[in-house]
Write a protein that binds this ligand. Sequence first.
Ligand SMILES: CC(C)(COP(=O)(O)OP(=O)(O)OC[C@H]1O[C@@H](n2cnc3c(N)ncnc32)[C@H](O)[C@@H]1OP(=O)(O)O)[C@@H](O)C(=O)NCCC(=O)NCCS
Length: 190
Amino acid sequence: MLRGDTVGLRARYEEDIPVLRAELYDDVVYSTQAGSGPWRPVSPGSTDSRLTVDHEDDESVRFSVVELARGTLVGSATLWGIDTHNRLAHIGLGLLPAARGKGYGTDVVAVLCHYGFVVRGLHRLQIETLSDNAAMLRAAERNGFVREGVLRSSAWVMGGFLDEVLLGLLAAEWRPAAGTHARSDGRTDA
Ligand SMILES: CC(C)(COP(=O)(O)OP(=O)(O)OC[C@H]1O[C@@H](n2cnc3c(N)ncnc32)[C@H](O)[C@@H]1OP(=O)(O)O)[C@@H](O)C(=O)NCCC(=O)NCCS
């Protein structure tokens, strides 16, 4: 388990899957905006890579996000595209609708930075998000990510092309956010 101020990132449990499927991946607009490609229905029991964990896949690590206070599932977070030669990876996250706007997203980014830089020894993390995703842009910038460019008309979203913003953060620039003490607690339940 990795802990931030308000959220924990732990292993994906079997009981998380129907909740994530119903509240995130069955939502056509969410799936499209979150960059998961064209929406497709996900069947119960599916081994869709967004829901289940492939331990043979060295290029991505998928976490479930829980509220620390109650242990309740609030979303999903991923370090993906892990490139051990260039020591970089990408960050992705999605919170259940009821968990958004409470500061959890900012804390999840902080914990993923801790995982990427401290646990994995990466040199660079990056985030691609739609240019109108104010909450994601702010959660990234609050953690020190810098806007490095705009990918013009790079995302087909619900009938039109939108720009994406590319944000990057280097290990040497990273400072854990004030009040954030993301850490691994050494427990074996993750
Ligand atoms: C994007 C997402 C992860 C952000 O997490 P969150 O917990 O909602 O965001 P936070 O509460 O940490 O807010 C971060 C900042 O954005 C602001 N914010 C939150 N929701 C906002 C909204 N709808 N519009 C504008 N600003 C918003 C907050 O005020 C905060 O700013 P501050 O630091 O100046 O106070 C979350 O909203 C989400 O899961 N959205 C759907 C999936 C998604 O878009 N994933 C990203 C794909 S790249």
